[in-house]
Design a protein around this ligand. Sequence first.
Ligand code: NAD
Length: 510
Amino acid sequence: MVTTLPSAAELAATARETAKRCGVDVDALGAGVTTVSPVNGAPLARVGWAGPEAVNEAVARARAAFLAWRVTPAPVRGALVKRFGELLTAHKADLATLVSLEVGKITSEALGEIQEMIDICDFAVGLSRQLYGRTISSERPGHRLMETWHPLGVVGVISAFNFPAAVWSWNTAIALVCGDPVIWKPSELAPLTALACSALLDRAAAEQGAPAHLGQVLLGGPDLGEALVDHPGIALVSATGSTRMGREVGPRVAARFGRALLELGGNNAAVVCPSADLDLAVRGIVFSAAGTAGQRCTTMRRVIAHTSVVDALTERLADAYARLPIGNPLAAGTLVGPLISGRAYEAMTEALREAREQGGTLVAGGGRRLADQAPDAYYAEPALVRVGGQVPVVTRETFAPILYVMPYEQLEEAIALNNAVPQGLSSSIFTRDQGEAELFLSPEGSDCGIVNVNIGTSGAEIGGAFGGEKETGGGRESGSDAWRGYMRRATNTINYSGELPLAQGVEFTV
Ligand code: NAD
């Protein structure tokens, strides 16, 4: 595929106009830090950064908003999220363009990211009328037990570059209906996307007469993130990013008895069984492994294929990899855009070198494209590597499109390989044998937070709770009952008997 990358001036102008439609004046963002578009490696915008001291003021404003918002009826809170979802729908293409410009997602995936935001708003609006507590039988006559759920407080969201908008919205839509204001520290690599999303939320809040400062965005680096993490006024820190980051954030939040929701790195595998529909498996694997240029937390990084199919599968994957259109993510037909940075490309080449040293064979890809047009943009050919087993390089997350293929004989062995990595985010099995599928889903099966059958490891829907185990951090956000993490539970005992019987038959009469 022949691809021409847009010029720096073209991209900067698109960014300026697109942000403006969302309510952000790029020329008024201060002269702080220059961001770079991975599309052509050229400067995109200049934005001012907040220092850690900005957190105190932001928390004070959010706290004032919380006092009003926590007593606003939840369905009224839902009305704000409904309006926000409408504005996201109206600006879907704009926001997707900013995502593509800042992090290099292909248009279809960038639009999908914004659709995910719209979907979580719909979910949260429904949820605003369903924040149910339980009623529990009391052991005492004339007594009733019940649970009530109350707003928790200010939520701090720290997000990663690769989902620069959706992850914030998963947290924010739910937090808002639960009665919590949000302070967001987005990835330093995607400030325009964050400002545009935040401007639309501000607009929705003003239109709905909601308190000011329900949603605030603070731009800055890890030191700003650390200030959020340490602030006692932040009731919940929801942090998405590398396991390295989570290792720092988790203990710091715990030290002040705050609540943390950690969404960290993954190292996701698919098991391909002898009965698998290989056409379907190849499609599912290629999307999960090469999509988003291998830069999703749920990217498939390992295929564990039965010895009877591993050769045929590898051949078909290599054929598909050879036909992947790589290039300008904004151009129609492109399926693989750029890596986020030169560092990401270095990490990829280093992992490929280690894989070869550890006995692996590069079957497809691994090269660099378009360096002649844009020496500071990093377009990598997704790499397919055949390995004999789980050599050390396979057990870590390299945030780039490398797929390791390895054989297995017995399903129990494949499940053991699936689980034999420090991370526990997503997994899948391709099989037409129900017994095999059920074993993979059972307590003896995959140890991940996401366990799929006959689809890849990536591309989750918002209706389910999202997150993973082990070094992925244990957090759950988005759908199902993840909302409980954003509220505090009170257990109430109500005595309408006129007597005072004590629980467990205790006698205490003076
Ligand atoms: P990163 O860890 O470098 O940065 C993530 C965010 O954390 C950024 O906003 C950064 O400024 C902030 N940060 C870094 N150090 C911090 C600290 N000590 N205290 C507070 N904040 C700090 O990650 P990245 O390169 O932006 O994203 C890629 C990583 O994120 C991958 O490992 C990927 O698997 C993971 N990820 C996980 C999920 C998930 O849901 N599990 C989703 C998306 C990305």
